[in-house]
Ligand binder design. Structure first.
Ligand code: LHQ
Length: 258
């Protein structure tokens, strides 16, 4: 239900249930967990992860054709805790940059998945949908955490309560995502950006994503402290030495991720 490839330090997960707009089936959740773990495993050589979808959708959220949203136990809460949260937490804990290339609809938990990325790029025809309320449910898989932080409570609550499609351009205007590109340019633009990140100073990029994630729960002083700790670690990397040396020698830096 997904395609996982690794090339030159870039791992790509392509959700692959196009006839269901890549709705998240039980099998897909298990495969996602395996793929994300493989990407993040020490010694994997992976330095960036890109997630995209096959066909005309990115991800339509929970697979509603599997007999409701309760998963194997019939309890949606347990379904989330048992099989969604491990995937989303594994993604959040990855020590590398994550990009989502949103090629079409990102709905429900599929929208939550899109927003787990550090950088979200969408095709012009894509749209974002807090689909949950349309089936009498509440936003999950991190949407109530991420969405208000990205667009503010007014827009977040309107999206969550009205369950309306938000076109990619509007999402970019709101600051929900980073960039919109023409449909035909999505794969190349996102892949080029992800390849660039895969050749970046991986330790620094990892600290950046974790610092920004931590900032939501930290006060100013604690965050200054967190920055100092991360800078101490980043400043001791080969990539930091290389970056400074390359600057002084007026040449591009050759980062190795160490
Ligand atoms: C689908 C789905 C789908 C199966 C389209 N499942 N087949 C909640 C509770 C607890 C634990 C787990 O997690 C969650 C999280 C959630 O994500 S809840 C929200 C679940 N998602 C939705 O409610 C979205 C349902 N889908 C839609 O509203 C529409 O399909 C969207 C807006 C995504 C796309 O609309 P269209 O572009 O008009 O396409 P379509 O509706 O014609 O869909 C195309 C096909 O994909 C169709 O199958 P068919 O055999 O008729 O061609 C759909 O049945 C299928 N599909 N979403 N989630």
């Amino acid at each position: 239900t997904l395609i996982f490839t690794v090339e030159d330090g870039l791992a790509t997960i392509t959700l692959n249930q196009p006839d269901k707009l890549n709705a998240i089936s039980t099998k897909m959740k298990a495969e996602m967990l395996t793929a994300v773990r493989e990407a993040g495993a020490p010694g994997s050589g992976v330095r960036a992860l890109m997630i995209t979808g096959a066909g005309r959708g990115f991800c339509a959220g929970a697979d509603l054709s599997e007999g409701g949203v309760g998963g194997t136990t019939g309890d949606p809460g347990a379904n989330l805790v048992d099989s969604y949260h491990p995937v989303f937490l594994e993604l959040a804990h990855l020590d590398m940059p994550v990009i989502t290339a949103v090629n079409g609809v990102a709905a429900g938990a599929g929208m939550s998945l899109a927003l787990t990325a550090d950088i979200v790029i969408a095709a012009r025809s894509a749209f974002f949908l807090q689909a949950f309320v349309n089936i009498g449910l509440v936003p999950d898989a991190g949407s109530t955490y991420l969405l208000p932080r990205l667009v503010g409570e007014a827009r977040a609550k309107a999206m969550m309560m009205l369950g309306e499609r938000i076109p990619a351009e509007q999402a970019a205007d709101w600051g929900l995502i980073y960039q919109v590109v023409d449909d035909a340019a999505l794969t190349e633009t996102a892949t080029t950006m992800a390849q660039r990140l895969a050749k970046g100073p991986t330790r620094a990029l990892s600290h950046i994503r974790h610092l920004v994630a931590a900032s939501a729960g930290n006060g100013y002083e604690s965050q200054l402290q967190a920055e100092a700790l991360a800078q101490r670690a980043a400043g001791r990397t080969d990539d930091s030495r290389e970056g400074v040396q390359a600057f002084l020698e007026k040449r591009p830096a050759a980062f190795t991720g160490t």
